[in-house]
Design a protein around this ligand. Structure first.
Ligand code: HEC
Length: 184
């Protein structure tokens, strides 16, 4: 063995032995869920400082009502996104018996209930953003603009099942009365 190699081996030996020193192997530290008497709540896991924001967090306040024009393009986009992200559970019809539910996932409530027909569009946006009960959040898959598009489409879907009679035109009334087809 050359001199140099011997020197390197000796240095490595010292370095490895160094790691074995008790004061290096056992360093005082907290694990995430340890108790920690040094803080008043006795928890090692600390909360972020008040006012901390995530790098990708949007800081403008979230609109309370539809912030974009309600037009055909928006509804088409909403329908497309709904059918991709929501229909696996809520079903294309909104009654809640989608394919994932037929395979055992807890059934969501019907989107045609009186409570959800009365809910503001913002409620749907909040549910998509935050999740709701066992339904997880779609924040990272559905961008904010699409959440509003889906919410607007949900309202159209609700109307498709229960449109108030007096909002229909006279022509539609007479069509309703003469239409003898069975309801599906
Ligand atoms: C994996 C299944 C699943 C998917 C996908 C899903 N949901 Fe849900 N959703 C649920 C379940 C289950 C509930 C009921 C949760 C509970 O009450 O614990 C629910 C509840 C809801 C509610 C009712 C909230 C209330 O006030 O009662 C709305 C509105 C809703 N979902 C909208 C959506 C929209 C919009 C999408 C698509 C972006 C979506 N969901 C995707 C399963 C799903």
């Amino acid at each position: 063995m050359s001199r140099l190699a011997a020197l390197v081996m000796a240095a490595l030996g010292v370095a490895i032995a160094g790691c074995d020193q008790p004061e290096m192997r056992f360093q005082p530290k907290y694990s995430t869920y340890d108790e920690a008497a040094r803080w008043p709540d006795n928890q090692a896991a600390r909360q972020p400082v008040a006012g901390t924001v995530a790098r990708d967090q949007r800081l403008e306040p979230l609109a309370r009502t539809l912030p974009v024009a309600l037009d055909r393009r928006l509804l088409d986009r909403g329908q497309e996104r709904y059918e991709i992200f929501c229909s696996p559970c809520h079903a294309a019809s909104g009654y809640g018996n989608g394919m994932v539910v037929q395979r055992g996932f807890p059934a969501p409530p019907s989107l045609h209930s009186e409570r959800l027909r009365d809910a503001p569009l913002r409620h749907f946006v909040d549910v998509i953003t935050e999740g709701f009960g066992v339904m997880y959040s779609y924040r990272d898959r559905v961008p904010m603009e699409d959440r509003w598009a889906i919410a607007a489409y949900l309202r159209a879907l609700q109307l498709s099942q229960q449109i108030p009679y007096d909002t229909l035109s006279a022509a539609q009334h007479s069509r309703l009365e003469t239409d003898t087809r069975e309801a599906p």
